[in-house]
Design a protein around this ligand. Structure first.
Ligand SMILES: Nc1ncnc2c1ncn2[C@@H]1O[C@H](COP(=O)(O)OP(=O)(O)O)[C@@H](O)[C@H]1O
Ligand SMILES: [Mg+2]
Length: 318
């Protein structure tokens, strides 16, 4: 079985008490996650990420649609035993030490004492917390707490790990720690599904992504493909005395920008790039490079999210 998650036409509608209006948190979302992938689930706050994750982990039932996780129903005990989950805001009792906390969860999983001990040692090593195993959680940084949460999600040696906003609220060092950990889990052959509203985290880690906004799926696929916009445009870097105003009138040329005193960036339609390059060379310019033009993930999301307010700094509003 290569499809670890299969979701088709998933919808979830909440009917909050004392309110007449229902909330369509997720609207007909479909996607699949393959074994061994790191799959990113990206969208601003309120987009429907946590709701989808709750369905995937069997915490709530969908209003409509079909959901298969590890080949079964998320509420099956057999499925849950092979699933690791880090909730959005895990709460840990401050006075516990990481080893005590993990031991409690291990007992919940019905692990034997010896096995528990071995596994906890191993996990504290994996998440880089062996040296603070006897320190109380209240003295931990947010990044360290998040790593304890991930260790908890890994206790049962799951095949699939679902993390809800694992990097949220972390400083750059904490974010790097968590993303290095995700990368090492991937090398260990795990399938990882994680949500984030932070573009850089997704960009660095994910094989494929899905973008969701206001409950609706906006786009999904390989990050490279989404960012290439289907490779519709190419970008040529040229040097020499370029008449940018004239070049911009050539057929196939989308835009020309000066890139220094004797250099220019010429963006042209991919299917006319040969013709444009020929003319550039004829005009006495040197073509130094020709690449597929990529759009930034941030601008992609801005386009998809239809003029939602996005603050500077590459983060979609929380
Ligand atoms: N239990 C609930 N009852 C009513 N509305 C809810 C409930 N859970 C989530 N919502 C609403 O559903 C929408 C999506 O929320 P959520 O899935 O938490 O988004 P995200 O995780 O992307 O920030 C929001 O408008 C939220 O207020
Ligand atoms: Mg959420």
């Amino acid at each position: 079985m290569d499809r670890v998650i299969e979701v088709e036409g998933l919808s979830k509608t909440f009917r909050p008490p004392f309110r007449t209006r229902k909330v369509e948190a997720v609207k007909s979302v479909s996607f699949t996650v393959e074994r061994g992938e790191v799959y990113g689930f990206l969208g601003p706050n309120g987009a429907g990420k946590t709701t989808t994750i709750k369905v995937l982990t069997g915490l709530i039932r969908p209003t409509a649609g079909r959901v298969s996780v590890l080949g079964g129903d998320p509420s099956d005990i057999g499925v849950r035993q092979r699933l690791g989950f880090l909730p959005e805001q895990p709460y840990f009792y401050d006075y516990l030490k990481p080893s005590e906390l993990l031991d409690t969860f291990g007992r919940l999983f019905g692990m034997e004492r010896q096995a528990r001990r071995r596994r906890i040692d191993e996990l504290l090593e994996t998440v880089g917390l062996s040296h603070v195993r006897q320190r109380r959680l209240r003295k931990f940084s947010k990044g360290m707490l998040q790593r304890v949460g991930i260790a908890q999600a890994l206790l049962n040696d799951p095949d699939l790990i679902i993390l809800d906003e694992p990097m949220s609220g972390l400083d750059p060092i904490g974010r790097k720690e968590v993303s290095d950990l995700v990368a090492s889990l991937k090398s260990a052959g795990k399938t990882i599904f994680f949500s984030s509203h932070i573009l850089a985290d997704i960009e660095r880690l994910c094989d494929r992504v899905m973008i969701i906004d206001k409950g609706a799926m906006k786009s999904s696929g390989k990050l490279d493909d989404l960012l290439s916009g289907g490779h519709l445009e190419k970008e040529a870097m040229v040097s020499g005395k370029a008449d940018t105003t004239e070049i911009s009138t050539w057929p196939g040329v989308v835009r020309v920008e000066a890139a220094g005193p004797d250099a220019a960036r010429v963006v042209c339609a991919s299917d006319r790039s040969n013709e444009v390059l020929g003319r550039l060379i004829e005009a006495g310019l040197s073509v130094n490079s020709l690449t597929d033009k990529k759009i930034s993930l941030e601008s992609l999301i801005m386009d998809l999210a239809e003029k939602r307010d996005v603050p500077a700094g590459g983060e979609v509003a929380r």
